[in-house]
Design a protein around this ligand. Sequence first.
Ligand code: AKG
Ligand code: FE2
Length: 359
Amino acid sequence: MDNQANSSGASSFTSAMNLDQQGVSFIPQRYVLPPSQRPNIIHHHDEHVLPLPIIDLSNFHDQSRRYQIINEIRNACKEFGFFQVINHGIDESAINEALKAAEEFFNLPHDEKMCLFSDDVHKPVRYGTSLNHARDEVFCWRDFIKHYSHPLPDWIHLWPSNPPSYRKNMGNYAEAVQGLQNKLMEMIFESLGLNPSYLEEEVNGGSQLLAVNCYPACPEPELTLGIHPHSDYGSITVLLQTRSGLEFKNKNNNWEAVPLVEGGLVVQLGDQMEVLSNGVYKSVIHRATVNVDKKRFSIVSLHSFAMDKKIGPAKELVDDNHHQLPKCYNEFSFREFLQFISNNDITKERFLDTLKIMK
Ligand SMILES: O=C(O)CCC(=O)C(=O)O
Ligand SMILES: [Fe+2]
């Protein structure tokens, strides 16, 4: 295999970003997917089913409005496993500054970024490219930087110091999203019939991992993907995209594009939410495509409950005596998740399936 990363710092490694800068006119073989996994089959949304959900969060403190929002969230989570939010309360300037910091970071010289390279999922800050062998990071046309972000003072001093505005701008955005996820979690719990302050401590003390993704322009976008199909492991993910490219797998197992909504953020359910809801909600399987002439960025805030909290189906949603819902999943903590993904090649399988209680 060419340009293999090496353990001493991967100096000979070539990232997708680097290939783009070199102006390659075809993609190296290692990025070419088997035909069945290529992104060319897009199924347009069927007019007869619910439209892809966009939920307006304005006035959510107003009781009747909140009731309506919670209904919309319930429908979206049951039908799709994700929704987009608008009027979510995060300033446009905070978003734009975070995106600018991301762009400046990825424009740094290759060698400078490679100083942060690691494929160890336990590292609190790591720059990564397509050669990492975790399930969402195999041969894709993507460079990323991932860092823990909550509580901010514990982590921010480890973040990139270049560009100089990175910590401040990305930090402001991370804090704003953390606030939004608290609100969203309350509403999602309420939509499940749970108390809005359910697991409050584990939500507040949970982890936030920011994945800042850069998908360079790609000379052969029909042959590869920016990120391979996966579900996120945690509770919810809040995703900002600069152009369309995110796709999800619908109930008929077809890929559909998540349209770009100006000023909107995508909220996706992760595996922990599927377990907590006892399968009432499903985590969403998603992927990202790349395009021929434009770079795409996403800033993805991956939230999970407190590291060592074992998450199982909420007991309110399981009743062996008289309700219909049997317990469907075993309990697990986020730390166990990380341990599992670092020890196993799970490119083909949802980790979640290993938690299912066999009947
Ligand atoms: O960039 C995207 O649209 C998807 C990124 C993603 O799924 C992730 O970072 O987990
Ligand atoms: Fe994801």
